[in-house]
Design a protein around this ligand. Structure first.
Ligand SMILES: [Zn+2]
Ligand SMILES: [Zn+2]
Length: 370
């Protein structure tokens, strides 16, 4: 499922001009013990801004639990079998698969693992078992979307006033190549888009893995169904994509939540409040220690975005989502993902009473509340 069109090294988009982030590093074959009984392995992915997904191996007397077993398809599965081997295990040792959230680089290997070994599939109870393929192309990294300079914002406002007609609100959707690739991956892996959790967790429930007692923490925001696991005794947190070390997770406006950004803020607050944290284990990038500081930083990033919207709205009377997107983001970032994240910010400002929304001809428009 490598996406050459969006590959970070092909010079397309912003990544090429930026220093390489740890989340972009190619998947190493190395296995490292990051806490007693917890091994970090890395599986290859090729998504914008990402070079690997961490698949943590949790050891206990029964064998292994694997957390986030990579993308659907043969390439990732082969890498997973290789990593298990390097760690001294076989596929048959895996008794549990934990999936932190419903993105393909995390759930991809789950159904096949269950098919091969009968492993339990642990997710949050809200985990979606069916996907709208239009959402699967969303990227993980919000900071891939480059924020406009002051001049760019002025130019966007000029375009707003000079355009003949308002834009329609339809998503342009995934490329035909992407849809074809997903269709093929679905065929070869026997319905990868029908992951059926066998052990769904509710918030506050505990699960025993790696000889530790983990507390399930529902952390909606990046996706609605995001799950973090926290071992309070040793201060270990599996953070999935909720808190990543150097990129800010994408917030999708396409969500069953009224205000996904508010949910994300609350979920980040819960990370900040965790006591005794010694190590955070993210799904991309290196393990890190300052979980509270990183969570706070991500909140500030979105507060800055909200301020850009506030600065723009006097000049965008009844602006559409797309109008605000064009003010917020550089042209090369425009598209469904930027629009979706802009929508999340606008809806947040509406929910907290700063903006009002009107809908005519199927197009949402936003204006400040007077
Ligand atoms: Zn994700
Ligand atoms: Zn991810």
């Amino acid at each position: 499922m490598s996406d050459t069109h969006h590959h970070p090294h092909d010079g397309h988009g912003a990544a090429a001009a930026r220093p390489r982030k740890q989340e972009q590093e190619d998947a190493s074959t190395e296995i490292t013990e990051v806490a007693p009984g917890i091994l970090r392995s890395q599986l290859p992915i090729s998504m914008p801004g990402l070079g690997h997904v961490n698949c943590y191996l949790l050891e206990d007397e029964r064998g292994l639990a694997v957390v986030d077993p990579g993308l659907p398809g043969e390439e990732s599965w082969t890498a997973l079998v290789d990593r298990l081997d390097r760690a001294g295990y076989r596929v048959g040792d895996v008794h549990t698969v934990v999936v932190t959230h419903s993105h393909p680089d995390h759930f991809g290997g789950a159904t096949r693992m269950r098919y091969e070994t009968g492993a339990d599939i642990v997710t949050h109870e809200s985990f979606r078992t069916l996907w709208d393929v239009a959402e699967l192309e969303d990227e993980e990294d919000s900071s891939m979307l480059e924020v406009n300079s002051d001049d760019d914002r002025a130019a966007a406002l000029e375009r707003y006033f000079s355009r003949p007609n308002p834009w329609g609100g339809a998503r342009s959707g995934p490329s035909p190549e992407f849809l074809e690739r997903m269709r093929k991956a679905g065929e070869s892996a026997g319905g990868v888009f029908a992951v059926q959790p066998t052990a769904p967790l509710t918030d506050g429930q505990t699960v025993k893995l790696a000889r530790r007692e983990w507390l399930a923490i529902h952390t909606p925001g990046h996706t609605y169904d995001h799950l973090c696991l926290y071992d309070p005794e040793h201060g270990v947190v599996l953070t999935g994509d909720h808190v990543l070390p150097s990129i800010t997770p994408h917030i999708s406006g396409m969500s069953p939540q009224h205000d996904p950004l508010a949910e994300f803020f609350a979920s980040l607050g819960r990370m900040e409040a965790l006591e005794n944290v010694s190590i955070a284990l993210p799904a991309h990038g290196h393990p890190f220690e300052d979980l509270a500081g990183r969570a706070r930083h991500i909140v500030e990033h979105h507060e800055d975005r909200l301020d850009i919207v506030r600065d723009a709205w006097e000049d965008l009377p009844n602006g559409t989502v797309r109008d605000f997107m064009r003010v917020l983001f550089r042209e090369r970032s425009w598209g469904d993902m930027a629009e979706s994240e802009t929508y999340a910010h606008l809806e947040h400002l509406r929910e907290i009473g700063e903006l009002q929304r009107s809908d005519a001809d199927g197009l949402a428009r936003y204006a400040p509340v007077d």
